[in-house]
Design a protein around this ligand. Structure first.
Ligand code: BG6
Length: 495
């Protein structure tokens, strides 16, 4: 299904996000013939650029970041749709000119007044741009034409700023016009969590506190913070990853079955479970969290320097590059089932997974191996790499005497499906154009997520360096993260 005709306005068109992801995704959609019949792209930047210069620079970006060999005919056809426009939200008149140019282009291309504004800009530009667009009435839906806004995390830096941003956006737009991107929802393996749970009859009956002992959500990263030091030092692992990416995984795993597979019902159930995350007191938050910061080390052959030596990081920074949390969900399905979350930089390997640990068999029938020595029963959803699903269980070792050993049954996507390499943004951008909000975050979900992490932010701010653990790059992370589970008689799943 091709989306309706529209104008696609990209703010920050010369930036990293536009070059690395937005344009290559539009290219992949063009190659799949999934762009609208009548279409134009308006590339907005703060400095003036000719159409030719912008097209050439985007073509260079495309060659660098395309996920497949660039077909010149398709690329030219796409880039010819682009018009360069200079506008700065601090300069009102430049937005008046943008408005005129947009209307001229819409008339010339016959796009019917449908508009998608993609803010590929730093987050502090969201509100000023939206204010300008609102002043000119560019976001008002009328005569059947739709107007949509796309923004990408971070949506605020804490609960108060997230509320303020939502209030500002919602004073100009309606919720259904806002598409808040979390790129995790563009991942096939993440979308598949809904299908795994709700298109199969065998998981849902045991998906609860009676059968599940605990859940682990792990997003380990190999890279250090590299050239993103100034952003990262003001942000830290918790804000950067938890209320967004890790909570998307958590909500898909823990939500109740929606009554319909549509944006309203799916998002309501996801947001409901985020609201059920227990709000911890500051004392509990300190007990149930571990903060780490990496020091110099080696990952494979790559030397990683001390986080604090990064030129854009404060030399006495207390920003965490690793965080582990223990959370509880206060509802009937999950009462008493801890959710352990962990994410960090400069760890030995990239590993993104959700591991569901089932309860032990209730009774030791096999005298050769007591229940507690049997392999643990895990269902593991491997998000990245080795995309797939693994089930770990016990099996009899062949032979005349009874011996038991743990084995794994593995489903790997690559064994079943062939997919063109993609950026992960194609579905998201396509959904914005067809008006399906299912894979986007709603204001109440964003706020519920910040509400759940706010006690950790508050408690850490008060204690400063106290409790911050250091771990060498390339190590397993701070020892406290292992203690967090050990004290509950549990451990992180070993590979
Ligand atoms: C981004 C964070 O949102 O997600 C980065 O800002 C992080 O710090 C990245 O590296 C992780 O994404 P992925 O898809 O590589 O797991």
């Amino acid at each position: 299904q091709k989306p309706q005709s529209c104008a696609f306005v990209i703010f920050g068109v010369t930036g990293d996000l536009a070059n690395r992801l937005v344009i290559p995704s539009l290219y992949n959609l063009a190659a799949a013939e999934l762009l609208p019949g009548r279409f134009c792209i308006i590339g907005v930047a703060r400095r003036a650029m000719t159409n030719e210069a912008l097209r050439e620079s985007l073509m260079r970006g495309l060659h660098q970041f395309a996920t497949r060999r660039v077909d010149h005919k398709i690329a030219h056809r796409l880039l010819e749709c682009i018009t360069s426009v200079e506008a700065d939200p601090d300069d009102g008149p430049s937005y008046d000119r943008l408005n005129e140019q947009l209307q001229e282009l819409e008339a010339a291309r016959g796009t019917g007044g449908n508009r998608l504004f993609y803010l590929a800009t730093p987050p502090d530009a969201f509100a000023p741009i939206v204010r300008q667009l609102g002043r000119l009435g560019l976001l008002k839906e009328d005569h059947g034409a739709w107007r949509r806004l796309v923004i990408e995390k971070p949506f605020g830096t804490d609960l108060a700023s997230a509320r303020a941003l939502n209030a500002e956006l919602l004073s100009i737009l309606n919720e259904h016009q806002i598409y808040r991107i979390d790129h995790y929802l563009g991942k096939e393996t993440v979308q598949n969590i809904l299908v795994l749970r709700f298109a199969n009859g065998m998981f849902e009956p045991i998906w609860n506190r009676h059968h599940i002992d605990h859940v682990q959500i792990v997003v380990d990263e190999r890279l250090g913070v590299g050239h993103r030091g100034s952003f990262y030092d003001a942000t830290g692992a918790l804000r950067d990853m938890v209320p967004n990416h890790l909570f998307q995984l958590l909500s898909l795993i823990a939500m109740e079955p929606p009554t319909h597979f549509d944006a309203h019902n799916v998002r309501s159930e996801k947001d409901e479970v985020l609201t059920a995350i227990q709000t911890q007191s500051e004392e509990e938050a300190l007990k149930n969290s571990v903060r780490g910061q990496y020091t110099a080390g080696k990952i494979g052959d790559t030397e990683i320097s001390d986080y604090r030596k990064n030129p854009d990081v404060r030399p006495d920074s207390v920003t965490e590059t690793f965080v582990a949390l223990k959370l509880s969900i206060d509802n009937w399905r999950w009462a008493g089932v801890p959710f352990y979350l962990r994410t960090g930089k400069a760890l030995p390997m990239k590993r993104t997974e959700v591991a569901i640990k089932f309860r032990e068999a209730p009774f030791a029938m096999f005298r050769c191996t007591p229940v507690e020595q049997l392999a643990e029963n895990y269902l593991v959803i491997c998000i990245e790499p080795n995309e797939g699903i693994t089930l770990q269980f016990n099996t009899k070792v062949p032979g005349p005497v009874i011996r038991i050993d743990g084995v794994q049954m593995k489903f790997l996507y690559k064994d079943y499906f062939e997919a063109e390499p993609a950026t992960g943004y194609e579905t998201l951008i396509y959904d914005c154009m067809i008006g399906d909000n299912l894979l986007f975050q709603r204001a109440d979900g964003v706020e519920a997520a910040w509400r759940a992490v706010q006690p950790f932010l508050d408690a850490w701010r008060k204690v400063g360096t106290k409790g911050l653990e250091f771990y060498p790059a390339g190590s397993e992370g701070p020892p406290g993260a292992f203690e967090l589970l050990r004290r509950d008689g549990r451990s992180w799943r070993k590979l």
